[in-house]
Design a protein around this ligand. Structure first.
Ligand SMILES: [Ca+2]
Ligand SMILES: [Ca+2]
Ligand SMILES: [Ca+2]
Length: 183
């Protein structure tokens, strides 16, 4: 018997002439669900940003019913969920992570683990200038137009042309722009 639940048994006896006896008093037996769910399959992980990995998998089956899933990151349980997806927002940029998932039922039986997936989050772009250094008009190239913009801001505190973040636009910024000329 693999199904968990409560079962009631009664016993009666027959003789050779098929006379049936009175039934015995009934006996009720609680059978604990001891069958674990199937392992979740097709686990997929995708790093959608520097701080988020999206997980999804195929649902497990169980003789009684799957209650939820346990999610493991780098071998440690990080979360229990009821559905078959999870967005891990506690990851850091430029790090490698491995994940697997296990299903569990109401009786506390835990499945074997799913396939293991490995994912690396992208590098953080925080703190670096948007676009190409020296491309002040953001047209994809460093050329005369950017030089013109820099020169109109020369000796000012314009952040746009202060390529080395020194607080003012001067010969050093001009030098950086010229070194990137044509790129
Ligand atoms: Ca079960
Ligand atoms: Ca430009
Ligand atoms: Ca500067």
């Amino acid at each position: 018997m693999s199904l968990g639940g409560t079962y009631k048994y009664e016993v009666s006896a027959y003789d050779l002439s098929s006379n049936e006896s009175d039934k015995s008093t009934s006996v009720t037996v609680n059978v604990k669900d001891q069958a674990k769910p199937s392992a979740p399959a097709n686990l997929k992980a995708k790093a959608v940003s520097t701080s988020r990995v999206d997980l999804s998998w195929s649902v497990s089956t169980d003789n009684v019913g799957v209650i939820g899933y346990r999610i493991y990151r780098n071998g440690s349980l990080i979360k229990k969920v009821t559905g078959n997806k999870y967005y891990d927002k506690a990851v850091k940029a430029a790090k490698a992570y491995s994940y697997y998932v296990k299903a569990y039922d109401a009786a506390g039986n835990i499945s074997n683990r799913s396939n293991i997936v490995k994912v690396t989050t992208p590098k953080s772009t925080t703190g670096t200038p948007q676009g190409k250094l020296g491309d002040l008009n953001s047209d994809g190239k460093v050329n005369i137009f950017d030089l013109s913009i820099l020169l109109t801001r020369y000796k000012t505190t314009s952040k746009l042309a202060d390529l080395n973040n020194s607080g003012k636009v001067d010969i050093f910024d001009l030098s950086i722009l010229l070194s990137r000329w044509g790129s």
